[in-house]
Design a protein around this ligand. Structure first.
Ligand code: ZN
Length: 427
């Protein structure tokens, strides 16, 4: 399959610039990027009408099936939200619920131009099934969670890794996911580190999300901050990705920098749960690979990387009262190329040889005019509804408001039925 995208404003995420040109996708790979119009035969020619052709977004932290829990416990304290609402409901979710929640998330990802996600939830067999049907790219985490007691963790880890045996690993890959320091014992984290080393797997964790987490870790572990504690366990010896990192000082950030760990900032979740504002400017100063995530819908409440980009930029500015501290082009790179790098995928940019994860963004709307600073518009003006086309791995999955592989009416019906069943289970 050979597709030509012609007459496009192509985003170069490395330079943070747009240029008018053409892109050829041959099967799953970008095979040509340039100003000259290729003269070959194509299966399809798409005239982009000077709209923006850019890499699909990488949502580097999500709990996708939580779409089922959208709006639950909103406007309550973090502890009421989590312990009286979210966890009791999660305990009622069946594997089928997880499957339909993942399917609903897929619809949102595709419509919003997200082509790659990092998944951390339960019932990974269902998540992998829904993702495999979707055509999206994903890294799926497994490990000790807040939900199920894994009596024999080593057995559980091996069994989870087995779920990936017959999966296309250019699209779906495993990682070892430790939910957090506060929900896992020292022994369990150590077992995960050993398992990850033995199987050459990357690691992920929620880290320094709240002040309470940092305080408790420091008190309980002889003054060690969460990053120092993890360093003592060898956690960062593996390729690692740390979500949130809201409450880190420069010494903590230095540890992550020293080990080439990546950070995923999740601004909507952090401000909605009143956790704080991540020190993105300080992370940039340490040259840490910063990525962006939505976190689960229960704490966001949408899977929208345009919203996250706006917040990463604006919260970084207001947190140190300096509007020049971060540029729109930096944020675009975080939401695309940096995410792909952190998750270990050869995608995230429009360049020859890269996997063809591409979206088309409409610039012919009032909020995108005038056109002389479209890079800025992408971060500060554009909306998810501006996404006209979403392609992952060379396959067009969403176009002009229509899903190619998904039955939206069935998914909506199923998630409404699930929520109806659960409605008496939360406050
Ligand atoms: Zn999370």
């Amino acid at each position: 399959m050979k597709i030509l995208f012609k007459n496009a404003n192509i985003l170069d995420v490395e330079k943070g610039e747009l240029f008018l040109g053409n892109v050829v996708v041959s099967n799953d790979i970008i095979s040509y990027v340039g100003c000259a119009l290729p003269k070959e035969n194509f299966d399809e020619i798409i005239d982009c009408n000077q709209n923006i052709l850019m890499p699909g977004f990488v949502d580097a932290h999500c709990h996708s099936p939580m779409t089922i829990l959208r709006g639950v416990g909103d406007d309550t304290s973090l502890s009421t939200w989590l312990y009286d609402n979210i966890i009791p409901l999660e305990n009622k979710l069946t594997p089928q619920d997880i499957y339909w929640g993942e399917k609903l998330a897929v619809l949102e990802y595709l419509a919003n131009g997200i082509t790659t996600v990092e998944e951390c939830y339960f019932d990974n067999d269902q998540i992998i099934k829904a993702l495999s049907q979707s055509g999206l790219r994903a890294r799926v985490g497994f490990g000790p969670s807040t939900r199920k007691e894994n009596k024999d963790l080593n057995k559980f880890l091996s069994q989870q890794l087995g779920l990936f045996t017959n999966v296309d690993n250019t699209l779906i890959k495993p990682c070892v996911y430790v939910h957090s320091i506060y929900s896992s014992t020292y022994d369990d984290i150590e077992k995960c580190v050993d398992f990850s080393a033995k199987n050459n797997l990357p690691m992920s964790i929620h880290l320094c999300e709240t002040l309470e987490e940092v305080g408790n870790c420091t008190v309980q572990n002889g003054g060690l901050t969460p990053p120092q504690y993890l360093e003592s366990l060898g956690f960062f010896d593996r390729n690692s990705l740390c979500y949130h990192c809201v409450h880190m000082d420069k010494d903590d950030l230095q540890i992550l920098a020293d080990y080439n760990a990546s950070i995923c900032t999740c601004p909507s979740s952090n401000i909605k749960l009143a956790s704080g504002i991540a020190p993105v400017y300080a992370m940039q100063n340490k040259s840490i690979n910063i990525t962006i995530g939505t976190d689960g819908v229960a704490s966001n409440n949408s899977l929208d990387m345009f919203k996250e980009m706006f917040l990463v930029a604006t919260l970084s500015k207001v947190s140190i009262c300096d509007a020049s501290v971060i540029k729109a082009k930096d944020v675009l790179k975080m939401a695309t190329k940096n995410g792909a790098k952190a998750l270990g995928f050869d995608s995230g940019e429009i360049a020859v040889g890269k996997k063809a994860d591409i979206i088309l963004v409409d610039i012919h709307k009032p909020h995108m005019y005038p056109h002389d600073n479209l890079i800025s518009h992408l971060v500060y003006s554009a909306k998810s509804s501006d996404v006209m086309l979403t392609m992952c791995n060379g396959e067009i999955l969403y176009r002009d408001g229509k899903y190619i592989n998904e039955d939206t009416q069935l998914i909506y019906k199923k998630v409404n039925e699930i929520r109806e069943r659960l409605k008496n289970e939360y406050k």
